[in-house]
Ligand binder design. Structure first.
Ligand code: GLY
Length: 416
């Protein structure tokens, strides 16, 4: 090879290397935001510890913290945020509080009423076990995986998300709805098989992921929010939305759950089909013509567009503002940072996009000033515009995935 021909190769190799070498400025960005998060978490802790028996979720119009009981899908995120806060800062007080807020959730180990047990238990006890190796936490996680498994049906090959689903048009009533969010709960099942050697949890997760890949993802790798199955024979009866703009639209957080869920499923299986779905779903988000320049998506990729019509009973039609959803962005940032660690895909694209979202969320447009926002970290998330609730507010899960993304970025920088 002529020396001249080597130059571009050398240049490419050097620039790739430089891009991945730990950058002190980047590490100081991470440290600075862990420190701001630690202070703000202290504010929410003050309020939460006064209430003690309930779990913080968002704020009301006066800025007062709204709490839920432990059986709501969001109950484990506060404990999880405390674990990530502890991991990022080493503050032993955060660890003590993380233990306290995790251990209160023990009754969830036998909960079977909806699929969200994975969120509730894995974000709390999963992080607790990862960071302490306390065997008691492992046992609780395995019991929870057993409880979640009771919602799996051999006939449909999937885990039932909710017991019932009614279409927004009032016409359809279904007994076996599965939502894209359910991909997130598979991580608990993969964990349980790894620590027990009992493959049945993993088999359920694999079956669910396979069916979701077949039935819930469109040809352009956007996603349906809800797929309703016939419980007798597993046939797909309908594809609709619960929290998105319209049945044929792409609800931003649903897309984020899919990117995250299939990325995690690839990590657990090394099956390249899941890597392909994860990266194509990520491309849908990153390359979308309506993605704002800060990469924090509007709450639905098709809201208020021609060709997409909310059902008459959905409140989506009453909301002409295209609100951003910082929670969808936080989930996506965390997923993209993990996706960027795998080979065989455009890792740099996913890392750059993940970091870009993380930086946007860390800026003053989203990251709350100390003492404001009820003590939550991020502003401008959306719970469900279709139901007319939690619009442009902080949400505890946005904070959880933001802190997870910050931790993932710290680890990527440290490994460089
Ligand atoms: N898993 C419910 C939601 O994303 O709102």
């Amino acid at each position: 090879m002529k020396p001249k021909a080597i130059l571009p190769i050398l240049f490419l190799a050097l620039s790739t290397l430089l891009a991945f070498v730990a950058d002190p400025n980047e590490m100081s960005f991470v440290k600075q935001h862990f420190s701001a998060s630690e202070k703000q978490l202290g504010k929410l802790l003050d309020t939460a510890n006064r209430v003690d028996t309930l779990y913080p979720r968002t704020i009301d119009q006066c800025g007062k913290v709204i709490f839920t009981n432990m059986y709501e899908w969001t109950s484990g995120f506060f404990a999880g945020s405390l674990w990530y806060g502890y991991e990022g800062t080493g503050n032993p007080q955060l660890k003590a509080q993380a233990i306290k807020w995790t251990e209160k959730l023990e009754p969830l180990k036998s909960f079977t009423e909806h699929h969200d047990l994975g969120f509730m238990v894995y974000c709390s006890y999963g992080n607790a076990y990862r960071m302490t190796k306390n065997e008691k936490y492992k046992d609780i996680l395995v019991q929870a995986a057993q409880s979640l498994s009771t919602r799996f049906s051999e006939k449909t090959g999937v885990i039932k998300s909710w017991d019932k689903f009614g279409s927004w048009d009032g016409k359809g009533r279904y007994d076996f709805p599965v939502i894209i969010d359910n991909m997130m709960n598979l991580e608990l099942l993969f964990f349980a098989s790894k620590v027990t050697g009992n493959q049945s949890y993993r088999e359920i997760a694999l079956s669910h992921a396979e069916k979701t890949m077949q039935n819930q993802i469109r040809d352009d790798y956007s996603s349906y929010h809800v797929v309703c199955y016939d419980p007798q024979n597993g046939k797909v009866l309908s594809r609709e939305t619960a929290q998105g703009y319209a049945n044929n639209s792409t609800w931003a957080r649903g897309q984020s759950w899919g990117i995250y869920g299939f990325t995690m499923t690839y990590r657990e299986t090394q099956d390249p089909r899941y890597l392909k779905v994860a990266s194509k779903m990520a491309d849908y988000y990153i390359d979308h013509s309506d993605l704002p320049s800060d990469f924090v998506a509007y709450w639905d990729f098709n809201a208020n567009q021609n060709g997409y019509t909310p059902s008459i009973r959905s409140k989506a039609k009453d909301t002409p503002t295209n609100y951003r959803d910082a929670s969808a962005a936080a989930v996506t940032a965390s997923a993209l940072l993990e996706l960027s660690t795998f080979s065989g895909i455009n890792a740099k694209k996913y890392r750059d996009a993940g970091v870009k979202i993380l930086k946007s969320l860390s800026g003053s447009a989203y990251f709350a000033k100390y003492g404001t926002n009820g003590g939550f970290l991020l502003r401008h998330s959306v719970g469900s515009i279709a139901h007319g609730v939690e619009i442009d507010v902080p949400l505890v899960y946005a904070d959880y995935y933001y802190l997870e993304a910050l931790n993932r970025y710290r680890k990527i920088l440290s490994a460089a």
